[in-house]
Each structure stands twice: as C-alpha cells, then as structure tokens.
Design a protein around this ligand. Structure first.
Ligand SMILES: [Zn+2]
Length: 151
C-alpha cells in the first residue's frame, strides 16, 4: 500500500503487511500486539519492509514494550541496511485512531530517538480489512499527521 508525505512516497511492502495482518486482533478480546517498523530507501521511496513483534507486558488497551530488546533489534536490523522508522500496535476497533497515550508516547519517542527521517511512522492495526483498518501517521515535532492510502 502506497502513501505520500511531504512529496515523498512511502510504501508498506507485502512482507510487512503480512506480519501486521497476522497479528491483527480477531476480536475485541484478543491481546494487543505491537512492535517496530523498519525501512530502506529504494528509488526515492521509503519502503517499510519489516514489522517486528516485541515481547512485552501487554493488556488490551496498552502496550508496554521492553525497550532493551527493542534497541537490540534496531542494532541487528541496521546491520542489514534496515532503519528503525517507527512503531506499530493493534487496537480492538474497526478503523483505528491513536489514543491520547499513543500520541504522547510516539511524540516522546520522536524526541528521544535518533532517526534517518524528519518524521517517524506510527501504524495502528484495527479489525477491518486494509486499508480502512490500518492507520498510518507521520510523527513530527509536536504533531501526528494521518496519511491517506493509495492516492
Ligand atoms: Zn493504541
């Protein structure tokens, strides 16, 4: 699925979408899943190739990943030319949107991490089929901008 942000193209590659799809909550009572997003530039397009799953303490409405494990993953994938570009998690709602804690946390991560891009990505996987059931946002200093698919 393809998106644009500030004149740049972003593509969620098949492998990444398969992982997100596989971890989608099937019902409102499934556990929340989440992890990190890794991308590389290819012909001027930011291709998000991999979504990883981070093991951490989870509950239905909150996701508290283990930051030590996440940093090891960032280092390992960097060796393969993949850059950490953001986080994803699931929500038990059809068309997901970030909660207030999601926004606060992503803006905090944006402030604290070193990154390749002038923005980071947040993906939320809802219950409906993609693209309607997938929220993609660009996290910038102080704001999260929702990106529209396939235009
Ligand atoms: Zn959330």
């Amino acid at each position: 699925m393809r998106y644009t942000h500030r004149d740049g193209a972003i593509r969620l590659a098949a492998h990444c979408l398969e992982t997100l799809e596989a971890h989608r909550q099937r019902t409102r009572f499934h556990r929340e899943n989440g992890g990190q997003l890794f991308a590389r530039y290819s012909d001027g397009v930011l291709v998000v190739e991999q979504a990883t799953c981070v093991k951490g303490a989870r509950s239905r409405f909150s996701f508290h990943p283990n930051r030590g494990e996440e940093q090891r993953e960032i280092d390992a994938l960097f060796e393969q030319g993949l850059h950490y570009v953001g986080d994803w998690h699931t929500h038990p709602e059809g068309r997901p949107t970030p909660s207030t804690p999601d926004r606060t946390k992503m803006l905090e991560i944006f402030q604290q991490s070193k990154h390749l891009l002038p923005y980071m990505l947040i993906v939320i996987v809802g219950l409906e089929p993609f693209p309607a059931g997938l929220f993609l946002g660009a996290v910038e200093s102080g704001q999260i901008i929702e990106l529209a698919c396939c235009r």
